[in-house]
Design a protein around this ligand. Structure first.
Ligand SMILES: Nc1ncnc2c1ncn2[C@@H]1O[C@H](COP(=O)(O)OP(=O)(O)OP(=O)(O)O)[C@@H](O)[C@H]1O
Ligand SMILES: [Mg+2]
Length: 509
């Protein structure tokens, strides 16, 4: 379909000559070049044009500057107030070129001087149309991104998530730096994007950098750019991400992993809002909103001296913490429904229901990988399940025994803690079997005296703890408990249904 051009000019002869060059006649293209033939709409005044654009959206507007009534500049301002993307080319007599240049500051795309050169006219129209359609495409993609990363795609009805959403609302347009914390896969990047796409910066870039994935030697060049010749391979000047994100948002993920040198540079940008490219001397000012995230304990890194205190307080102006999924189990059914619906639609399938048994297993699973793990699990389930309803059999193996596994983990951990307490209590009263070798080399019949009860319990071969001195005793107790922990956790991980009773029997306790 040919593009539509609206010509706004009070002089009929100008409109007609433009139409002759660009227009399509009812019986076919009248312009010499078929590829450059357009559907032409005409308005003889600014007022008429403004009425016309209410009902139709031309792909391009040719707008005369000098007209009786509303002049071209006034029309341009009104058109731009409503629509920023339609290309508008100003038509001007040589005398008014200065005005045409001013018009470009108000959002005009280009200008043409009368009398028109046909080739120049065609070229400017073609370029403006190309730019217009690119801008439309960018706008469409941006809207799609804003929708994808907007809060309506973020699921969470628990109180903690409601508070996160309220903070996003409140902070989106502030320039405050935000530190997002939470385990891996809890949605930190999604929150950073929501902050950007909810803000006035949404039309500008959102640049995300994973600091842990970039070698220390490269991160400064990545963030601040470099001049030509700054180092051996620097054959060109390269802009850093701070410059790329200008007027937008820079998201530094895994911030705990940056070196002391980069921390110092980052602090300077935050304090002074300017930096220099590597190998450069010129100070560059940027307007960037910084959002950082980490799944590490940054406060303790700061206390240990691994993270600068001044930088910590600069980036942690407002913290947002995302709870792990196991601490917001009420959200699990909602998230499952969300992913099933979304992924089924991607596959062109209707969304399946989940049986109550399967839902119960999914709800009680510990979700160590949080929402990312859930997304993968749903993908796996949909690949495996060809029934209408998702049943226990369609769940990955680790989930089917997951509940027992997680219970085991808790039991084992509790058991170990109790063990440590008990053994600490016993420590002063137990006596080593003099001369006995250390743990793992004990004779089969070694025994431990339970000082409190006075009972003697036979120990299983190879599992008794021999206490020689207090220190050795402590080490050996820890060794054995560690071994128990590892075995127990392995069992739990594999979802083996080993009871605590059996474990105790195995280790003779
Ligand atoms: N509240 C939510 N609702 C819906 N989907 C979510 C939600 N939170 C996270 N997700 C999805 O879970 C996945 C992981 O989220 P994201 O990458 O933001 O986590 P992260 O905390 O940055 O993880 P990592 O620490 O591993 O980088 C993404 O696909 C994201 O779209
Ligand atoms: Mg992330």
């Amino acid at each position: 379909m040919p593009a539509t051009i609206l010509i706004i000019d009070d002089e009929p002869s100008v409109r007609e000559s433009l139409k002759a060059v660009l227009g399509v006649s009812p019986s076919g293209p009248s312009a010499a070049d078929t590829d450059e033939s357009y559907t032409i709409l005409q308005a003889d005044s600014g007022e008429q044009a403004l009425t016309m654009v209410q009902g139709t959206r031309p792909d391009l507007i040719l707008l005369d500057i000098i007209m009786p009534g509303l002049d071209g500049i006034a029309v341009l301002e009104r058109l731009r107030a409503k629509d920023r993307s339609t290309p508008i080319i100003m038509l001007t007599a040589t005398k008014t070129v200065r005005t045409a240049v001013d018009a470009m500051k108000l959002g005009a795309t280009d200008y043409l001087t009368k009398p028109f050169d046909v080739d120049e006219l065609k070229m400017i129209v073609r370029q403006a149309l190309e730019r217009g359609s690119l801008e439309l495409e960018v706008r469409r993609l941006r809207d799609e991104l804003a929708h994808r990363y907007g809060m309506d795609q973020m699921i969470g009805k628990c109180t903690a998530m409601q508070e996160v959403f309220a903070k996003i609302d409140q902070l989106a347009d502030a320039k405050t730096t935000v530190l997002i914390t939470g385990e891996s896969g809890t949605g930190k990047e999604l929150v950073a994007r929501a902050l950007h796409y909810k803000s006035k910066r949404r039309e500008k870039p959102f640049v995300a950098i994973n600091c842990a994935a970039i070698p220390d030697t490269l991160i400064e060049a990545e963030l601040f750019g470099h001049e030509k010749g700054a180092f051996t391979d620097a054959q060109q000047r390269r802009l850093g991400q701070f410059e790329t994100a200008n007027q937008g948002t820079l998201f530094l993920d895994e911030i705990a992993d940056i070196s002391a040198g980069t921390q110092a540079k980052l602090l300077r940008v935050l304090q002074e809002r300017e930096f220099t490219r590597l190998g450069g001397t010129q100070s560059i000012k940027v307007d960037v909103r910084l959002i950082t995230a980490t799944n590490k304990d940054l406060e303790s890194a700061m206390r240990k001296g691994a993270f600068r205190e001044d930088l910590y307080y600069r980036i942690n102006v407002v913290p947002i913490h995302l709870p792990p999924l196991r601490e917001r189990r009420e959200d699990i059914p909602l998230l499952l429904r969300h992913f099933i619906t979304k992924k089924s639609a991607d596959r062109g399938q209707s969304a399946k229901q989940i049986s109550s048994d399967a839902l119960s297993l999914l709800t009680h699973y510990p979700w160590q990988g949080n929402i990312r793990e859930m997304e993968n699990v749903v993908e796996q389930i949909l690949t495996l399940c060809d029934a209408d309803q998702i049943a226990v059999d369609h769940l990955p193996l680790r989930l089917r025994s997951g509940t027992k596994g997680s219970q085991m983990k808790e039991e084992v951990t509790t058991g170990i803690r109790t063990g440590i307490d008990r053994r600490r209590a016993q420590a002063g009263q137990l006596r080593a079997d003099a001369g006995r070798p250390v743990a793992g080399h004990q004779p089969a019949d070694s025994q431990i005296q339970d000082g409190q009860s006075g009972n003697h319990r036979p120990r299983k071969p190879g599992t008794a703890v021999t206490i020689i001195t207090k220190d050795t005793e402590r080490k050996q107790i820890h060794l054995k408990l560690l071994r128990e922990a590892i075995r127990g956790l392995e069992d739990a991980e594999a979802g083996r249904t080993v009871s605590l009773k059996k474990l105790k029997a195995r280790y003779g306790r």
